[in-house]
Design a protein around this ligand. Structure first.
Ligand code: SF4
Length: 407
């Protein structure tokens, strides 16, 4: 596809808003057992919140926001001493508990306990700039596929847990995006989603002064800053361009725009259908609209993570939904020619798989900061809903910082 020709009008705008969203973000702890280069959170020892405080945050979510899932993040949520109770609490509120983890503390026995408590899915953050130790020290993105597979297999063996991966994308790792997408295809039977998040930090080349209310502050006091100049403007379309070089048919279906920029593809979502042999095609905007609208009609909330059982319904999606969506119609043609070549292939399962590119805050020359419109990763701070990617500003300055161009 021609990535330069990507237009918001060709895509389905995910219907997520502040009060009615698919996802919400909960941080029961700010303590972590890794130190990722691109992390937004100050690693605070003994920062575990009392379970009652976290329950109150859940109350706030339920008061102000419809949500399909809660991403339990941090810090590292598997270090949180009440994680089993927390998962059970979220599940008891009829919300899907998703654990966003680096995986280091996960054992098979721990996974089974979490499954019994009602965990719906995991998102494993694995990339080459996390300071991992032992066998995974200094491994590059491709070598880390072995670790990714280890986690995906662990979940598949326990059965019926949604499996996602995310990786922060830096200037020097952008080139690996297509290889990781290819790895996800090779494991389409056990990997439901792969997410790429562009690296963002405050860096010296930014020509801004920073203000908390009317008070000028030092940008080097903000946790997510780098003293060295670094590339901090990788866009979703840059990740898409890299991908299309290798997979020319790759085509996004849906997006979230920027708060005041309709063609900022803050969340750019591609849904593909295939099996380990072949990707049959890419869903289009109508498929996404149908799924979101039908799910909301039935459940009064938008869909976030689908269960592994639903994701295995790639074949029925092709056979039932082709009249409604051009992308799925094309997938049907490819699927039929695949079957004609060898009719026994009809017994093979086809899966749906999501590939997501995320482009966090963009700084404009005039100092405006473009956020994700309908931010799915909103969290609770002091009883208010705030962007989790900028929570440190609230913690430190009690407000979000303004960036004012230097005169
Ligand atoms: S605004 Fe920040 S927290 Fe919200 S979705 Fe975008 S990157 Fe995530």
């Amino acid at each position: 596809m021609d990535t330069n020709g990507l237009l918001p009008t060709d895509l389905y705008r995910l219907p997520w808003t502040l009060p009615d969203n698919a996802i919400s973000w909960l941080e029961p702890t700010a303590q972590c057992n890794l130190a990722c280069d691109g992390c937004y959170r100050f690693n605070e020892k003994n920062s575990h919140k009392p379970l009652d405080e976290v329950r109150q945050e859940l109350d706030i979510f339920q008061k102000f926001r419809k949500t399909d899932c809660i991403s339990i993040a941090g810090g590292e949520p598997l270090l949180y001493p009440h994680i089993i109770d927390l998962v059970a609490e979220i599940k008891s509120r009829n919300i899907k508990p998703i654990i966003n983890t680096n995986g280091v503390a996960l054992t098979k026995a721990f996974l089974k306990e979490l499954k019994n408590a009602g965990v719906f899915g995991f998102t494993f953050h694995v990339d080459s700039k996390q300071g991992r130790s032992g066998d995974w020290k200094n491994k590059n993105e491709l070598e880390l596929n072995e670790l990714r597979y280890y986690y995906a297999r662990m979940l598949a063996d326990v059965k019926n847990i949604a499996c996602s991966f995310n990786a922060t994308v830096y200037d020097d790792t952008l080139q690996y995006v297509p290889s990781l997408i290819n790895w996800a295809h090779e494991n389409i039977d056990i990997v439901n989603t792969i997410v790429f998040i562009a690296f963002r930090h405050i860096v010296p080349q930014m020509q801004f002064d920073w203000y908390a209310y009317d008070r000028k502050v030092d940008w080097q006091n903000v946790h997510y800053h780098s003293d060295d100049e670094r590339k901090v403007d990788i866009k979703s379309t840059d990740m898409l361009k890299e991908t299309v070089k290798v997979f020319p048919d790759f085509k996004p279906a849906a997006y979230l725009n920027g708060t005041h920029q309709s063609d900022a593809y803050k969340w750019l979502l591609t849904e593909r259908v295939g099996n380990k042999d072949k990707i049959f095609g890419y869903a289009g905007e109508k498929f996404m609209e149908l799924i979101m609208a039908a799910y909301h009609f039935r459940n009064n909330r938008y869909l976030s993570y689908a269960s592994p059982g639903t994701i295995k319904m790639g074949k029925s999606s092709i056979l039932l939904l082709w009249p409604f969506d051009k992308g799925i119609k094309k997938a049907l043609k490819n699927y039929l020619s695949y079957i004609v070549k060898n009719p026994f292939r009809i017994f093979k399962r086809a899966n749906l798989q999501t590939v997501l590119f995320i482009q966090p805050v963009d700084f404009k020359e005039d100092g405006s900061q473009v956020m994700c419109d309908g931010c799915p990763d909103i969290t609770v701070y002091k009883d208010r809903l705030v962007w989790s990617c900028r929570l440190e500003e609230q913690k430190q300055f009690n407000t979000f910082l303004r960036s004012i161009p230097r005169s």
